[in-house]
Each structure stands twice: as C-alpha cells, then as structure tokens.
Design a protein around this ligand. Structure first.
Ligand code: CUK
Ligand code: CUA
Length: 631
C-alpha cells in the first residue's frame, strides 16, 4: 500500500477514504523519519500546514462508486425531502412530501391525495426537521418523519420505497416546528412543537385578542398509526425539541416565555426556558383521564403548565433556539441564539428535579460561551460538540467535559477551534450524530447565505451546504454544495442501515385502495385493459410494458370525470413509465410493478393524446395513445 501513488488521481486508486486517511498519516510519519537536518520553525509550520491539507478525508467518490451515507435533507419551503449522498454531496433523489411535484405526480395522483388526506388541497409546505425512527438509540432504517411548519403537519416517509406514506394535520396548534423521535426503547412516538401561540378554542368568537388565552402545545404522535396520541399545554411557546436515550424525557426550547405578540415583546425577558416533559407522567395523566379537549375534536390535551407534575421549566438565557441531545445520552443542550452560550442540562439530574429534590437551575452543568448566535449543536461521539454561530459565520468546536470543568471554576479552555463557514449557518449535523452510533467523520454546516461562493445567479442565490472533515483533531472544510431553498436540517445515516426495494411489490399499501376499487369494478389490473363507466365517471384501466401501453385508445364523453389507472408490468429495475394526458395538467410516475392513478375532467373535445413522460426505452417517444372525446 505504501507504494501506491496517491497523488495520481486515477480510478485505480479505490482506497476507502478512511484507509486513505490512515495511509496519509503513516506516510507523513515515514516522511518525518527521514528528515536528517533539524527543521526551522518556519519549515515545520509550512510542512505541518501541507500535511494538514493533504490529511483531510477526500469527499471525492469516483464514478461508479457509492457514497457511505444517506443524507436526508429538508427542502425547507420547497416542501420536499432530498436524499444526498455523503461525502460526494451528490443529490440522489427528491421525495416530494408537502409540495406538489410535476415529475412524479405527487399531490396530483389519487394515491398521494389519499396520503395527504384532509390537506389534499394544499399545494405547498415548509419542511424543517427530518428524523429517522430508532431502536435502542440507533437508526432502524424504517421511517423518516418531517414537519410542515406552514400547514401544521407531520409526514412520514417509508425508507423501503422512499415515498411519503402518511400525513397528519396536527389539531389545536399553528406552525409545527421542532420535531424528533423517541429514541429508546424504540420510536413509539414522534414529538413536535406547536410554535405560534393561539387561543384554545380558536373559533373567532369573543376574546381572540386576549393574549392571556393563547397557548402553545407539545404534540405527541403515534409513529406507527400516525394519529395524535396526546398534546401537552405549556407556558410560553415552543421552538426546537429532542428526546433522551432512556425513553423518559423530552425537552423543548421556548423563545417567547413573555407570550409577546411582536418582536420587541418576544425578546424582552433576560431569560426564557427549556421545558422538560416526563413521558411516564404524561402517560399516567392520560390514563387517569386528566385532560381536556378543544376545538370540537377529541385529542386529549394535558395541562403541563408551570406547577404541573408533567413538566419542569429550566430557565436559560434569552431566546434559545436549537435543542440537542448528546449521543452518549448525558446532556440536553439549549443553544443561546441571542445569548453567546449553550446551556448544558444533565439528564441524570432530571429525576431529582421531578422529585423536587433540586432546583431547575441545579440541572445545568455547563454554560460555555462560544460566540455570537449559537443555533444548533452536533456531536462527534468523542466528547466534542460543534455549534453553529449564525452571526459569526463559524462553527465552534468545544469539549463538553472541559466546559463542565470550567463551569465548576477550573481554569480550562473548552474551546478547541473555530472554523469559518460561508455564510450564516443554521443547523449543522454530524454523521449519525443524533444516535448512539455517532462516528465523528463528517460535519455538515447548512449555511443560509452563499454570497460570493458560486457563480452569481441573479438576486436569488443558492444556499451553501458545506462538508467538513471532523475525523482528526482539526475541522477541515472540504466541499461547498449549493442548494435551493432551504435545507434547515439534515441527518446522515450509514448506508448499512437503509434497505430500499428495487421494484414495488404488488401488496404495497400505497396502492391497496386502488386495487380494491379495481376489484369492485371486476378488473384485474395486471392483465385487463378496460374502460368502466360509472355515470359521468369513467375509470380507464391500462397496463404498461416498455414501450407500449396495454390500451392504444379509449372513448369518453365531453365533461366526463376520467380516472386513468396504470399498472406497470415491467419487472426490470429502473424501468419507470409515466402517464401524461396532453393539455390536461396531469402526469405521474408508475414504477416497475406499481399501480398509480390520476383523475381529470375530459373538458376538450376531439383527439387527445396521452404519452409516457419517463424515458423508458429507445421507442419511448412512440409510447402514446389517443383519448377520443365525443362532444
Ligand atoms: S430551525 Cu431552521 S435554522 Cu426550523 Cu431547526 Cu434552526
Ligand atoms: Cu414508457 Cu417512456
């Protein structure tokens, strides 16, 4: 291996990046051994600098090679989730969730409308926090959950097909923001914050301007059924949240304990708080029937305001933002935002806090001062934390144990390094860093501005997702990645945890209801090509095998409501077909072995061509047929 010429950047060098890094380390050592004359300080500095440079792990993934991690990226107000390969930063896939998608027909197809349920008419969303289901604090590859701040929704993505399969509009709240999963013993619950304060019973009747009736609720959702389990009323509002690794506590930041209705009022108080929720206490209250319901729905709302035994309120410096649990499970960390600090809360002390043996601030074991605008913190599993400084445009690397010593009064420097990022970072995240498997290899900084880092694209510029090597003692920036609005948050999951299917299976729940309708129509979608008339409604069943549809033409009457149901009989991986009715605003994806359906009104007389819009074959252009619309 020592003989490999690693400066030759050819495809023959296929060492895994970790091996390559070790090798660089070794060769540097060997190099040092053969230096005969003592080096001058300047020589040493420049050599060290050069070594540091070459010792960064490579983000290059050669053609045909696979990335080591799946990155699940929020698409912000694009409303989607994106899959990014790490470390290459290649965008592998987009998963439409809260948005409407032209290519796949998400939001247009019957199947996606069923998933969206009561919000099927909404075309947009604002996704922030993607988090994967866990078992014993480790990613289990089953689901990714994500919130929609814009329409107070939570959605679930099935990781075997990488499609959204459930969506829930959370009642009694406005703007679902921070979202996490229960980490242990398994993800029974998804938890999320209602951010904006509203009157309970928000019915527009008397008193809606009386702020004293406004509340924010903590929302607990059953991860498997995606139905509301219960909600917890709190004092103040709620921003970000996270869970412990014991299945006992959740924690949320509150930046508006003042219950202010404008900026000045919201930032008035010197201190806001972190709310700690006891899951056992909440479940007991639920069981004992200690709840109320509001707004005419039957979701149980528990009272977790100050003085209740469901919660505790820990004062922290004003207007905290991110809430992060360290991966060994010891600490909740609240990021200061308007305060230059991160407040470190000992999870081991929470039992005593709930037993009233100690005061809320007694749970704080460190409050390191890091720089201006701390928003979110990530971890390397080696005892270091990495905090984004929005205003300083930096990542601060600091050592948690040293910060604790310093808080106790010892003279230690907990700050390890500050790295410039470009520019204004919001979230950051490390490879597997929110799970027990934090491996300390890569850090991502999701920078809100890119300014001069890319070719100018007009007044609207991309954001900049930067990849940072954290495997050594020093953070090293290795990649700039332009992204469209607006990745808030991401997770990076080792590829061994995720097992996607290659083709659909016929018993998939995504189109089970469509198959049930076919059955009622007496149609076998795997073989029949048939038109079923049901009054003014027409259901057109057709198969597809590259490069033809099973039905060359069909007849309808002007004004009919037409549903086209396509079953793709192809079994070959990657042979996806489309269905588009020209001039009717509908198209969709039909993957191998999938059934998908879409509805439109036949509102144009005469010959209307339909065609396949997913390139499937050399004769893909010829994959089309006619709808005859009788006037
Ligand atoms: S929030 Cu966007 S930078 Cu929605 Cu997690 Cu902090
Ligand atoms: Cu089928 Cu293109």
């Amino acid at each position: 291996k020592e003989e490999l010429n690693l400066t030759n950047d050819s495809n023959e060098v296929t060492l895994e990046s970790e091996e390559r890094r070790k090798f660089f380390g070794k060769s540097a050592l060997i190099g040092a051994g053969v230096v005969a004359a003592p080096m001058t300080a300047a020589m040493f500095a420049s050599t060290a600098q050069a070594q540091r440079k070459e010792m960064a792990m490579s983000a290059v993934v050669h053609p045909g090679e696979l990335d080591e991690y799946y990155g699940f990226w929020s698409g912000g107000h694009s409303g989607e989730v994106r899959i990014i390969g790490i470390p290459s930063m290649r965008e592998l896939m987009r998963i439409p969730v809260f948005n409407t998608d032209s290519a796949t027909g998400w939001g247009l197809t019957e199947e996606s409308k069923r998933v969206k349920g009561d919000s099927a008419d909404l075309m947009m969303g604002d996704s922030h926090h993607p988090h994967m289901s866990m078992t014993d604090g480790q990613y289990n590859g089953k689901y990714v959950f994500i919130n929609d701040k814009a329409n107070s929704r939570v959605a679930r993505i099935r990781c075997d097909i990488m499609k959204c399969d459930k969506m829930l509009t959370v009642p009694n709240v406005q703007a679902v923001h921070g979202l996490r999963v229960q980490k242990a013993p398994y993800t029974k619950y998804v938890v999320c914050n209602g951010e904006f304060e509203i009157p309970m019973n928000n019915d527009g009747k008397d008193g809606m301007k009386d702020v004293s009736t406004y509340r924010s609720l903590y929302n607990v959702i059953n991860a498997e059924t995606m139905e509301m389990a219960f909600q917890v009323m709190v004092d103040g509002n709620l921003d970000n949240t996270d869970a412990d690794f014991d299945g006992k506590y959740f924690a949320s930041t509150c930046y508006n304990s003042e219950m202010g209705m404008n900026l000045g009022e919201m930032i008035g108080a010197e201190r806001d708080h972190v709310v700690i929720f006891s899951l056992a206490a909440c479940e007991a209250a639920l069981k004992a029937g200690k709840f109320k319901t509001y707004n005419g729905n039957n979701v149980p709302v528990l009272d977790g305001r100050k003085g209740s035994d469901l919660t505790r309120y820990i004062p922290v410096p004003k207007s905290p933002h991110g809430l992060n649990t360290s991966p060994e499970g010891k600490y909740f960390m609240a990021n200061g935002k308007l305060s230059p600090t991160v407040t470190v809360i000992s999870i081991a002390k929470l039992d005593d806090l709930f037993a009233n043996k100690i005061k809320p601030r007694d749970t704080v074991v460190a409050e390191p001062e890091l720089g201006l605008g701390p928003l979110h913190t990530a971890f390397d599993g080696r005892g270091n934390a990495y905090t984004t400084l929005f205003l300083d445009s930096q990542i601060a690397k600091w050592n948690v144990d040293d910060a604790i010593k310093s808080y106790k009064g010892e003279k230690v420097n907990y700050l390890r390094q500050k790295l410039d990022v470009h520019y204004q970072p919001g979230h950051n995240h490390t490879t597997q860093g929110e799970s027990r498997d934090a491996d300390g290899k890569w850090l991502i900084a999701l920078c809100k501005f890119s300014k001069d880092r890319f070719l100018p694209t007009g007044p609207l510029k991309p954001e900049n997702d930067q990849l940072i090597d954290i495997s050594g003692d020093e953070m090293k920036l290795v990649h700039d990645g332009p992204t469209f609005a607006e990745p808030h948050d991401c997770i990076m999951v080792h590829r061994s945890k995720v097992k996607p299917k290659k083709v659909w299976t016929r018993d998939d729940s995504m189109f089970a209801e469509t198959l049930a309708i076919a059955k009622r129509d007496g149609v076998d979608p795997m073989s029949d090509n048939k038109v079923i008339r049901d009054g003014k409604k027409v259901r057109v069943y057709m198969t597809s095998v590259a490069p033809t549809y099973g039905m060359e033409s069909f007849n309808v009457k002007l004004g009919d409501e037409v549903t086209v149901i396509v079953t793709n009989l192809d079994q070959v991986e990657d042979v996806t077909h489309g269905f588009c009715m020209t001039n009717h605003g509908v198209q969709m994806e039909i993957g191998p072995q999938q059934t998908a359906s879409i509805t439109f009104t036949a509102n144009k007389p005469g010959v209307q061509w339909y065609y396949c819009n997913w390139f499937c074959h050399a004769l893909h252009m010829e994959m089309r047929g006619r709808m005859f619309v009788e006037a």
